[in-house]
Design a protein around this ligand. Structure first.
Ligand SMILES: *[C@@H]1O[C@H](CO)[C@@H](O)[C@H](O)[C@H]1NC(C)=O
Ligand SMILES: *[C@@H]1O[C@H](CO)[C@@H](O)[C@H](O)[C@H]1NC(C)=O
Ligand SMILES: *[C@@H]1O[C@H](CO)[C@@H](O)[C@H](O)[C@H]1NC(C)=O
Ligand SMILES: *[C@@H]1O[C@H](CO)[C@@H](O)[C@H](O)[C@H]1NC(C)=O
Ligand SMILES: *[C@@H]1O[C@H](CO)[C@@H](O)[C@H](O)[C@H]1NC(C)=O
Ligand SMILES: *[C@@H]1O[C@H](CO)[C@@H](O)[C@H](O)[C@H]1NC(C)=O
Length: 534
């Protein structure tokens, strides 16, 4: 009896629950619009191959929901024509809290709803839109709960859900902390995934597994998430990954798992991380890497020789590392295709590029160099620096867009002068007046090492002497007291009390008498001054 009742209750609850899930969004209406192209802006273009490009721009229209159907301007023929019709649809800048299922079309679709205050997504979104290509949902309030695998499930055929054609997914600037292990199981064509500016501070097993399964992925952006590590099981299957952005995270060293991308990775952004010391071989094996960004690291002080020894490098941004004082430009001699090198706004004083070997490759190390940015460093305009710059191709040195130019900081006579004003011939033959030569600045006397040691020794000697004196004084006092007690019982029994008090109060009384004396002197002093005044 009891069991039956319980079962009934459970069944009832289950039913309630499912009906709640099914009916969760059914009562929410779509945006009512009579003549869509009067409210939104429509653009219909037919290209020479009879392909239709339809743009429906409903951005910033105060919508609270999406449209239930396509505008009549999009003919049924165009809607069912498959990929030969392209629809670009934007709801960005509206207040659409829930993105509902989209109206049916076989055309290829690109949908954006940025800055929409989205909190929820109705699963399945694309059941009737199997050819959706791009989905751009950045700057919303999406959390982990909104991202379920069923979101992306396609139409049901025979005995399974068809996959959808999604290639590009932008979920940046949301509140995502983890991903469902099966999130991308219906999107086998995904090539670009942007998860920048979320809360993925730790890639847990499920999140890593969901990403690791997208073997078609070519671009992955995990920047600005507070990441400290990259799991080792993330990359083995991502054999097509070409662009990886992990900038703006908390990395204190280059994550070693990146080396698993050696055969495919073309672009790597490590900027704005907490690296302070970059080890020599951190990227060894990234043989096709063309673009590398190691800029904006405020704690970076050392880049070991050999780090930039990457043969395919073309563009390097190593700027705005305010504590970086040394850079091994000779490392770049391995990169014959180098075309852009930005080493501006560091703390570099010189560059060493040996021109002594008369090798043809050293004569013109980077035949394709187009831009070399060196402004904003405290350059020491030495013979060595000018020679290195000329070897690198001083003609490619560019002015910063803000008009600032690379200038000498030292020696004193050249301070402030643009480097472009000099040639190595001029500098190497220049006699720098002796009085302007930099003197080795020593720390002030009291900060020098031997002075510190000497001070410590003196201090300890003083302390020891003080202790000894103190010890002697106590001994003497003990002794004095001892003899005093020895005397007592013999004679002055009658005045014993007064005697003891006389001895024990010896000092206080003397102090008191001194004080009294001083007091008296003070009291008499105004009288004398008064007298002199008078
Ligand atoms: C899309 O194509 C399928 C067949 O491939 C068809 O069953 C469906 O009706 C089409 N949908 C639309 C909206 O034309
Ligand atoms: C390097 O990364 C920083 C921060 O992401 C960015 O501001 C900068 O433009 C990047 N440099 C290049 C050359 O793309
Ligand atoms: C340099 O560029 C050329 C042409 O783009 C290419 O064939 C060559 O492989 C590149 N060199 C390296 C080391 O990547
Ligand atoms: C540069 O050349 C000098 C000889 O002129 C040599 O002593 C030095 O080791 C060379 N440095 C590098 C980094 O090749
Ligand atoms: C000089 O160049 C040749 C090829 O041109 C190369 O084999 C050799 O290693 C180079 N020597 C040095 C010291 O770079
Ligand atoms: C740089 O050279 C130009 C002429 O070549 C000269 O007018 C200018 O004063 C120089 N600037 C400095 C700071 O020496």
């Amino acid at each position: 009896m009891k069991h039956k009742f319980l079962l009934l209750l459970l069944a009832g609850m289950a039913l309630l629950h499912t009906s709640e899930v099914l009916g969760q969004h059914e009562d929410i209406p779509y945006q009512a619009v009579a003549d869509i192209c009067k409210t939104c802006s429509c653009q219909n273009v037919q290209d020479s191959d009879h392909r239709t490009h339809f743009t429906l721009d409903c951005s910033v229209r105060n919508f609270e929901h999406i449209l239930a159907r396509w505008p009549v301007e999009l003919t049924a023929q165009a809607l069912s024509a498959g990929a030969s019709t392209q629809i670009v649809l934007s709801y960005s800048g509206n207040q659409i809290k829930l993105l509902q299922q989209l109206p049916a079309t076989n055309a290829s679709l690109s949908l954006s709803c940025r800055h929409c205050r989205l909190k929820d997504l109705q699963a399945p979104l694309f059941m009737d839109v199997p050819n959706v290509e791009g989905l751009y949902l950045s700057w919303n309030e999406l959390t982990d709960d909104a991202l379920v695998p069923d979101l992306f499930r396609g139409p049901f055929r025979i005995n399974r859900y068809e996959p959808i054609g999604l290639r590009d997914l932008d979920l940046s600037h949301n509140l995502i902390a983890r991903l469902d292990r099966r999130l991308f199981e219906h999107t086998p064509h995904l090539t670009g995934l942007n998860l920048a500016y979320n809360k993925l501070s730790v890639l847990d097993a499920a999140t890593a597994a969901s990403l690791a399964a997208v073997s078609t992925l070519q671009r992955l952006d995990l920047s600005h998430n507070g990441l400290m590590s990259l799991p080792a099981d993330l990359f083995p299957k991502l054999v097509s990954l070409r662009v990886l952005d992990i900038s703006g995270n908390e990395y204190s060293s280059v994550p070693p798992s990146i080396l698993q991308l050696g055969k495919s990775l073309l672009q790597l952004n490590l900027a704005e991380n907490k690296l302070s010391h970059i080890k020599s071989g951190s990227l060894q094996g990234l043989d096709v890497l063309k673009r590398l960004n190691v800029s904006g690291m405020h704690s970076l002080r050392i880049i070991e020789k050999g780090f930039f020894n990457l043969p395919a490098l073309e563009q390097v941004d190593c700027s705005r590392n305010v504590h970086l004082e040394r850079l091994e430009v000779a490392d770049f001699l391995a990169s014959r295709n180098l075309s852009q090198l930005d080493i501006s706004r560091n703390s570099l004083t010189t560059l060493v590029l040996n021109g002594t070997t008369s090798n043809s490759s050293i004569q013109e190390p980077w035949p394709r160099l187009r831009r070399l940015s060196i402004a904003g460093n405290p350059w020491d305009c030495s013979c060595e620096l000018l020679k290195s710059l000329e070897l690198a191709g001083i003609t490619h040195i560019e002015q910063q867009t803000d008009g600032s130019e690379a200038r000498c900081e030292t020696p004193y006579v050249l301070a402030g002068a643009p480097i472009s004003n000099f040639t190595s011939e001029k500098i190497c033959n220049m006699v720098i007046p002796r009085k302007y030569r930099p003197v080795d600045e020593e720390p002030p006397r009291f900060l020098r090492r031997r002075y510190i040691i000497l001070t410590a020794i003196i201090a300890s000697v003083v302390v020891v002497i003080g202790l000894i004196i103190g010890f002697i004084v106590t001994c003497v006092r003990r002794r004095l007291k001892g003899t005093d007690y020895g005397v007592q019982p013999i004679r002055y029994t009658s005045v014993r009390g007064s005697n003891i008090s006389a001895i024990s109060q010896l000092q206080p009384t003397s102090v008191a008498s001194k004080f009294n004396n001083a007091h008296a002197a003070k009291n008499s002093a105004p009288a004398t001054t008064g007298a002199s005044h008078a």
